[in-house]
Design a protein around this ligand. Structure first.
Ligand code: IPM
Ligand code: MG
Length: 361
């Protein structure tokens, strides 16, 4: 029997629509091979939503997303909207959808493709074999803590405030995702905090330690965030799964991304408790190359694979898509961001065509 899934597509801004359309074609082909049917519907988010409705996350978009089985997002933002007030910025739409769908767990894998090792700014021996996963808390911490805002003090001076706060239940639920992720991977979990300075981090560490009693099979370690940043570039192979709060995870996942050489290759999954997950590339909307058929669609494709694996529980279809990416790299196809001597430079559409050919084989 054919399994049907309803998928909301959020093309967003910049290169978003180009990379998403290539991905949709690949998903359709995969679906036909695995007896699946995807019912796609599109909705607005980010700058394109601001231009049409005045808001970066129209109510209708959130409603459509909540009714679907999974959400596939491309990228948001661009110079045009950079100077709007915060509530109208594209980024606010992204934070809004994370909050609205209660996507508290963000999974950001950083896997080195052997074909792209020389694209990294780090030495081959440092990064060869790196395969790590950052589990970032996504709906709490300093991104959402209150009070927040720019206030006036008694002396008439301005004071900008954000609050880094975590409750025990928020820590426990992300720790659970992280321990379970580590169980499916290499069995090692490193929790990153700043417990030498921050009370919120002390609570984080205490809770992660008490949760660890339920996971005797997992080797748990702890690092302060400054040291973790250093270790990630010094010897990234020591890491398997990393769990950390929202802001630290934002920063560390960019570092992890760069180990692989190109942020254009990295997907992510944002998951809640039984709600539709959201799947998006780690990279942004690259407005400088938008509309020129130069974008690398592979992180978007791999986000589609994460959707199949983590959102729809279709691991075989996911593997097929991931293997196709591996094969087109083997065949030497490269977009500009991962191009090197002797390889075949292709645009976004041609990369998509190459993928379709490989998937059909
Ligand atoms: C990310 C981005 C976002 C974040 C921005 C665009 C709001 O940097 O997904 O890592 O800070 O979470
Ligand atoms: Mg970021």
């Amino acid at each position: 029997m054919t399994k049907e899934y309803s998928i909301t597509l959020l093309p967003g801004d910049g290169i978003g629509p180009e990379i998403l359309s290539v991905t949709v074609e690949a998903l359709k082909l995969i679906a036909s091979q695995f007896n699946l049917k995807f019912n796609f519907q599109e909705a607005l988010i980010g700058g394109s939503a601001i231009d049409t409705t005045g808001l970066p996350l129209p109510e209708e978009t959130l409603t459509i997303c909540k009714q679907s089985d999974a959400v596939l997002l491309a990228a948001i933002g661009g110079y045009k909207w950079d100077n709007l007030p915060r509530h109208q910025r594209p980024e606010t739409g992204l934070l809004g959808i994370r909050e609205g769908l209660e996507l508290f767990a963000n999974l950001r894998p950083a896997t080195i493709f052997p074909q792209l090792i020389d694209a990294s700014s780090l030495k081959r021996e440092v990064i060869e074999g790196v395969d790590l996963m950052v589990v970032r808390e996504l709906t709490g911490g300093i991104y959402f803590g209150k009070p927040k805002g720019i206030f006036e003090t008694e002396t008439g001076e301005k004071r900008g405030v954000n609050t880094m706060a975590y409750t025990t239940s928020e820590i426990d639920r992300i720790a659970k995702v992280a321990f379970e992720t580590a169980q499916k991977r290499g069995g090692k979990l490193c929790s990153v905090d700043k417990a030498n300075v921050l009370d919120v981090s002390q609570l984080w560490r205490d809770r992660v330690i008490s949760m660890s009693e339920k996971y005797p099979d997992i080797e748990l370690s702890h690092l302060y965030v400054d040291n973790a940043a250093m270790q990630l570039v010094r010897s990234p192979k020591q890491f398997d799964t990393i769990v950390t709060g929202n802001l630290f995870g934002d920063i560390l996942s960019d570092i992890a991304a760069m180990l692989t050489g190109s942020i254009g290759m990295l997907p992510s999954a944002s998951l809640g408790d039984g709600k539709p997950g959201l799947f998006e590339p780690v990279h942004g909307s690259a407005p400088d190359i938008a509309g020129q058929d130069k974008a690398n669609p592979l992180a978007q494709i791999l986000s589609g694979a994460m959707m199949l694996r983590y959102g729809l529980n279709e691991p075989d279809a996911a593997s097929k898509l991931e293997n196709a990416v591996f094969k087109v790299l083997d065949q030497g196809y490269r977009t500009g961001d991962i191009m090197s001597a002797g390889m075949t430079l292709v645009g976004c559409k041609a990369m998509g065509e190459a993928l379709l050919t490989v998937i059909s084989e």
